[in-house]
Design a protein. Structure first.
Length: 745
């Protein structure tokens, strides 16, 4: 991140000045009489979260960390510590990014020992921070909690090694296979020798293969070649010796194999996998459990023989150390492409001097170096950039079937991208191929989950604008709003997986800091650690002031806002947090605030309200509903609970009916003005269908059908939406019919 400057402080003040009415929490009540100026002063000048307070917290964290270093009798060079101390952004990153800074500090020093001072301090400090911070999440005890040496226990093995050693020499492992002579006359041949010999000595076969070919050239009357058209897939014969998959797919080969093994004293080895029950291009699942068991046993037999005789590796290569991984990325980043090749490769795909928060997905890559090297070499030398493999359909859901249909000698093990290319798969495999390939060429990426689907996400950099963004790919069942990134959320000490918008907010926050020439986002990360250290009562009391201060520094500080929402213990506090978020975003140009981000901040506060005990009386529910309606709440369960809190089931039913009428009267349902309007009509219909289903789900089961039947007549004559001038069934109506039991009538 860039160093803090007076410009960043001016930006901070500007956001505070333009914020509107602040609702403050006093004894669990919202102070609706607070003036804008007074409220803004509290946000901007609250001493608990001022720049001075942040720096004091960092200094305390530094002192405590160095005290632990001394207790552990660890030697750290004075110039290394001075380098960190001389840059406020570095201090914030090392001592403020984790509740326990020790693994970060030692991780950074460990990388420096392996890679050299110039590499870590001068050339790639942000990449080094990304590796040190990501690896700090591994420094945990056996129970999975952050290590604490207060009881005098020894540090865990995961704590980075800072002992003196020679600099790292990057070595790419070679093919680990050592082929065994399966005809060695000096020893008695075993079962696996004979299995391999049957395959390798067998006469050539001619299996079908799929290849892509361009159509034949055609010429016009003048002898000029016509456009050749696109490549098409055709079936051809291939002459070669058989592999294990061929035997599993052919009854004839199975009979030959069984006879061959029996003649060599191994009549206990017999396989019976049917004819083409699993074949090279099988797409159907095998329903016969006994047959599946025989196919699995055959796969295991051949696979074990391949490994025992050096035709496949005995195990997958080990994951690289953080230093090895970082050195590998740096070596590639420094590769001297000529200008034309650099342009053709779009190199670099991502800057390795980018701020560390957008590099964490890259630092998380644990693919063995040999696997990476093959993909990188093809990209470097030939421009190959394959982010999708062969989609094989339902058989991919049965690992034994998928493996058996293509088991063959290979230099890589299961789990490798090479094996994924060979065997194919469905969305999970395709997402892995895509994310791994992006990371191999130096671009942060991860797989991501969607309803019933696996996609990918990756960080992008626009060299013209200097902006970063987190973008999705291979989407199938929705957009960013239904996507959850599989990469760890390594920006707080809660961790876990988070929705796409969380990772997008990191890119937006980094962009905002760049325009302000400051380290405000790093400050908000440190503020989150300050806040988390408060006692529970203190967090609840200061949640709004904390969120205001963090969002004033950087309106995309979702890490801090998320902590404030988690700490809220009353609906009033959560409402005030949503208002604070809206004010911070209102200070930005409207086009700079993604709708998904705005909705996420609001929805997080409303979800917190639903998780809290409901208000006790109707008046409190009524006051809460007024706030929720003002904030355009669409949390169906929260609204249903609040409606019932006001007037029971009768109020709930009346509100749902009114909401349905409002939806049916909405102009958004008629997308007659082109593609954009049609998409908006579809989104609105899908949104309301989701709401309607959630509302009805809160009704007791015996009454759900009757309630849905009561709502159906509202759709009479209005059961379609218009998308680009065409009538399309309304998904809300379809959902009602399903619940009412009248689907298809």
């Amino acid at each position: 991140m860039l160093p803090v400057s007076t410009r960043s402080r001016r930006a901070f003040t500007l956001l505070a000045v333009v914020a509107s009415v602040v609702l403050t929490v006093v004894a669990g009540k919202v102070d609706a009489h607070a003036t804008p100026a007074a409220a803004n002063d509290r946000a901007a000048q609250d001493p608990r979260f001022s720049e001075a307070a942040i720096d004091a917290f960092i200094e305390d964290a530094r002192a405590a960390t160095l005290a632990r270093v001394r207790e552990l009798k660890i030697e750290l060079p004075a110039d290394f510590l001075a380098w960190i101390d001389g840059d406020r952004a570095l201090r914030l990153s090392v001592y403020g990014a984790r509740a326990d800074p020790l693994p970060v500090l030692l991780g950074l020093r460990s990388l420096e020992i392996d890679l050299g001072e110039d590499t870590v301090r001068r050339d790639y400090p942000q990449l080094a921070l990304a590796f040190a911070i990501h690896d700090s999440y591994a420094a945990r005890d056996a129970k999975g909690t952050p290590w604490n040496d207060a009881d005098g226990a020894k540090p865990p093995a995961a704590l980075p090694d800072v002992s003196p050693r020679t600099p790292l020499a990057l070595v790419i492992p070679t093919d680990p296979r050592t082929p065994v002579d399966t005809k060695d006359p000096s020893r008695m041949l075993d079962r696996d020798d004979h299995i391999v010999n049957f395959l390798e000595d067998h006469a050539e076969i001619e299996p079908d293969i799929r290849v892509k070919e361009l159509p034949p050239l055609e010429y016009d009357d003048k002898g000029v070649a016509k456009p050749q058209g696109k490549a098409i897939t055709v079936m051809k014969k291939e002459r070669r010796t058989p592999v294990a998959a061929d035997v599993i797919a052919s009854r004839v080969l199975q009979e030959e194999f069984n006879a061959y093994m029996a003649a060599r004293g191994h009549d206990e080895v017999r396989i019976d996998c049917g004819d083409r029950a699993v074949h090279w291009y099988a797409t159907d699942a095998i329903a016969d459990k006994e047959l599946r068991a025989r196919i699995k046993a055959a796969h295991d037999l051949f696979h074990d023989a391949y490994r025992a005789k050096g035709r496949m590796p005995a195990e997958r290569d080990r994951a690289p150390t953080p230093a090895e991984s970082m050195a590998w990325f740096i070596r590639n980043d420094r590769h001297a492409f000529d200008d034309a090749t650099r342009d053709a490769r779009k190199w670099p795909r991502f800057p390795l001097d980018a701020p560390w928060p957008v590099l964490l997905m890259l630092a998380a890559d644990d693919q063995p170096l040999r696997e990476r090297e093959e993909i990188w070499t093809k990209f470097r030398d030939e421009g190959e950039f394959r982010t999708y493999g062969e989609y094989i359909g339902g058989i991919a859901q049965q690992f034994d079937m998928q493996s058996a249909r293509r088991v063959a000698p290979l230099a890589f093990s299961y789990g490798s991208i090479q094996m994924m290319w060979k065997d194919g798969g469905v969305c999970g495999t395709m997402g892995n191929i895509g994310a791994r390939t992006h990371r191999i060429v130096g671009q942060p990426a991860s797989t991501a989950g969607q309803p019933g689907h696996c996609a990918i996400v990756f960080m992008e950099f626009d060299a013209k604008t200097g902006d970063f963004r987190c973008k999705g790919g291979q989407y199938a069942t929705g957009g960013d709003e239904v996507t959850t990134v599989h990469a760890g959320w390594n920006y707080d000490d809660v961790g876990g997986r988070r929705p796409m918008v969380y990772h997008q907010s990191i890119a937006w926050a980094v962009n905002h800091d760049r325009t302000a020439e400051g380290a405000a986002f790093l400050e908000t990360l440190a503020m989150r650690r300050m806040f988390d250290r408060m006692p529970e009562d203190g967090r609840a009391e200061t949640a709004v002031a904390f969120a205001e201060s963090a969002l004033a520094r950087n309106p995309f500080a979702l890490v801090a806002y998320d902590g404030a929402v988690r700490a809220a213990r009353s609906p009033e506090t959560a409402i005030a947090l949503a208002d604070a978020a809206e004010r911070a975003l209102a200070a930005l140009p409207a086009e700079d605030v993604p709708a998904l981000y705005r909705g996420t901040l609001r929805d997080a506060a409303h979800a917190r309200i639903l998780a809290l005990p409901a208000p006790k009386d109707a008046e409190q529910h009524r006051a809460l509903l007024a706030a929720l309606e003002r904030q355009r709440c669409d949390d169906a369960k929260l609204l249903a609970r609040t409606w019932r809190g006001i007037g029971g089931d009768a109020e709930f039913e009346a509100r749902v009916r009114a909401a349905t009428e409002a939806y049916l009267s909405s102009s958004a349902r008629s997308g007659t003005a082109g593609r954009a309007a049609g998409q908006e009509a579809k989104r609105e219909a899908d949104r309301f269908a989701t709401l309607l289903k959630a509302w009805i789900d809160t009704v007791r089961k015996p009454a759900r059908v009757a309630f849905a039947q009561q709502l159906l007549p509202l759709f009479d004559g209005r059961d379609t939406i218009t998308v680009r001038g065409k009538a399309t069934p309304d998904p809300a109506h379809a959902e009602l019919r399903r619940i009412a039991g009248s689907a298809g009538k």
